[in-house]
Write a protein that binds this ligand. Structure first.
Ligand code: ADP
Ligand code: MG
Length: 144
């Protein structure tokens, strides 16, 4: 599967990349966001939300304690974070399968923690800290 490496040098550039990708989404995609704390995953989701027309009154932040946030835009945007998730049992409570199967867009931070629960069809985006304001983001070509 071919991929493309992007280097962003600000939050705005990461949001812009997300907005470009948002423009390609058809609904039903599952995006697995991989990479360390501070690598820009939540920033990317914020860019997606804005580009999908989610109201600017909705504050996009890591759903660390709630496990999932839903934002309503052109598609429903389901924002998951596995960072604090310890048990596979919680997945049923979240109703994962239903969300993945619908026409909403699912984005999952720390998806690498529970790779087996991802649907067969998903896109992996790798986020990496280079220095204070620089991030590398590897995006599957199908999203571009
Ligand atoms: P994660 O969800 O991966 O933990 P966040 O998006 O919450 O990461 O945080 C990224 C942090 O890095 C923010 O404090 C942001 O201001 C900072 N930052 C600096 N440069 C960038 C960049 N190029 N892209 C995204 N975030 C950046
Ligand atoms: Mg985050």
């Amino acid at each position: 599967m071919s991929e493309k490496l992007f280097t962003t040098r600000s939050v705005a550039e990461t949001e812009k990349l997300a907005a470009d990708i948002a423009g390609k989404l058809k609904g039903g995609e599952v995006l697995a966001l991989l990479g360390d704390l501070g690598a820009g995953k939540t920033t990317f989701v914020r860019g997606l939300a804005k580009a999908l027309g989610v109201s600017s009154k909705e504050y996009v932040r890591s759903p660390t304690f709630t496990l999932m946030n839903v934002y309503q835009g052109r598609f429903p945007l389901y924002h998951f974070d596995f960072y604090r998730l310890n048990e596979a049992g919680s997945f049923e409570q979240l109703g994962f399968e239903e969300h993945f199967a619908g026409e909403g867009i699912s984005v999952i931070e720390w998806a690498e923690k529970f790779p087996h629960i991802l649907p067969a069809q998903h896109f992996k985006l790798h986020f990496k800290v280079i220095d204070e304001n620089t991030r590398e983001i590897i995006v599957p070509a199908q999203l571009l």
